[in-house]
Design a protein around this ligand. Structure first.
Ligand SMILES: Nc1nc2c(ncn2[C@@H]2O[C@H](COP(=O)(O)OP(=O)(O)OP(=O)(O)O)[C@@H](O)[C@H]2O)c(=O)[nH]1
Ligand SMILES: [Mg+2]
Length: 325
């Protein structure tokens, strides 16, 4: 494969080249990893930046419906929109976002949209690292907005926040005064809380839920990356396409402010630092997974189990072995 040519086609906005490049970065073959690295180096020079928006919410809250409506609205404004997913369970399910293409039917037919399911790897860390590279590829291909969806079930929000310029939390209207068991840590990551399904019978409940969250957000510690009034809570209806323009206006106001005040650059720099650490850790652990290293691990752990070596000196021998490899 000619990497320079592939890179040039991506820079020209060729969607098939983009899809092919994402397949390349998702591959675990060593020669593919090397090609992916040189492709990403080649493209980094173009310096294109999209607005990266992370979106999380529990199953059924309306993420796919929201992305469809919101994405269509952005396209209507002349923007190009890419949709990626971080779903560590996709190894099992075959990729929820793919099945969701039916729910994103209009968007998936748009030439200005690009939808890609989560890479099928069983580890969240692996999925996230490859998604991060897919985001860079979409930026190089000239997309203005990259939406990164994740099912909010725990850790995946944290890694999606590390991929995003803005992080949105989608919530459903809830009766009663409980705050839907949203973990404090997740609330603290949100730049915007969107209470979806603010339509029909659910409308008044959604308004109340939104007010509850607005109150809860005001109690959180102030973050340096926020202008006054942020983070905010708003109601939307993905089905009725209501509140989407207001939500977009808030996203733009926030991202503009962050750009003007240095937080955008600082955030991306901090993220680069984070992903560098992740890559190093991953690469070190991968060195334990070669057949020879596994055999050596087995041999030394048996020696430790039988008391021939202390655990510490067995570990030292293992590190010596890795250094020689
Ligand atoms: N009334 C109403 N229903 C909605 C709205 N948005 C989504 N729904 C409905 O909620 C259900 C779930 O919507 P999805 O968009 O599939 O939700 P999701 O968050 O992507 O779900 P998972 O992919 O399973 O995590 C569907 O039946 C939607 O029609 C909305 O704004 N109003
Ligand atoms: Mg969905």
């Amino acid at each position: 494969m000619d990497i320079t040519q592939l890179g040039d086609r991506i820079l020209a906005g060729d969607r098939r080249a983009l899809a092919r490049a994402i397949t390349l970065v998702e591959s675990r073959r060593d020669d593919h990893r090397a090609q992916a690295a040189s492709l990403l180096d080649h493209l980094a020079g173009a310096g294109r930046q999209a607005l990266r928006i992370g979106l999380s919410g529990t199953p059924g809250v309306g993420k796919s419906t929201f992305i469809e409506s919101f994405g269509m609205m952005l396209i209507g404004q002349g923007l190009r929109v890419a949709v990626l997913a971080v779903d560590p369970s996709s190894a099992r399910s075959g990729g929820s976002i793919l099945g969701d293409k039916t729910r994103m039917e209009r968007l998936s037919r748009e030439r200005a949209a690009f939808i890609r399911p989560s890479p099928s790897q069983s580890h969240l860390g692996g999925v996230a690292r490859r998604t991060r590279e897919a985001v860079s590829l979409c930026e190089a291909a000239g997309f203005d907005v990259v939406l990164i969806e994740t099912v909010g079930v725990g850790q995946s929000e944290t890694v999606v926040a590390e991929l995003s310029d803005l992080f949105l939390l989608l919530l459903a209207p809830a009766g009663g005064d409980e705050l839907q068991g949203v973990k404090r840590g997740i609330m603290e990551m949100a730049d915007l809380i969107l209470v979806n399904k603010a339509d029909g019978e659910l409308k008044s409940t959604a308004t109340r839920t939104c007010a509850d969250y607005a109150g809860a957000l005001r109690l959180l510690r102030k973050r340096v990356q926020d202008p006054p009034g942020f983070p905010k809570a708003l109601t939307v209806s993905a089905v009725e396409e209501a509140g989407l323009d207001a939500a977009w206006a808030e996203m733009r106001a926030l991202s503009d402010w962050r750009r003007e005040n240095g937080h955008w650059t600082a955030n991306r720099a901090e993220q680069a630092r984070y992903w560098f650490g992740q890559e190093v850790r991953h690469a070190l652990l991968a060195r334990l997974e070669t057949p020879r290293a596994r055999a050596e691990m087995d041999r030394l752990s048996t020696a430790a189990a039988q008391g021939q070596l202390t655990p510490a000196s067995a570990a030292e021998q293992m590190l010596g072995f890795l250094n020689e490899e």
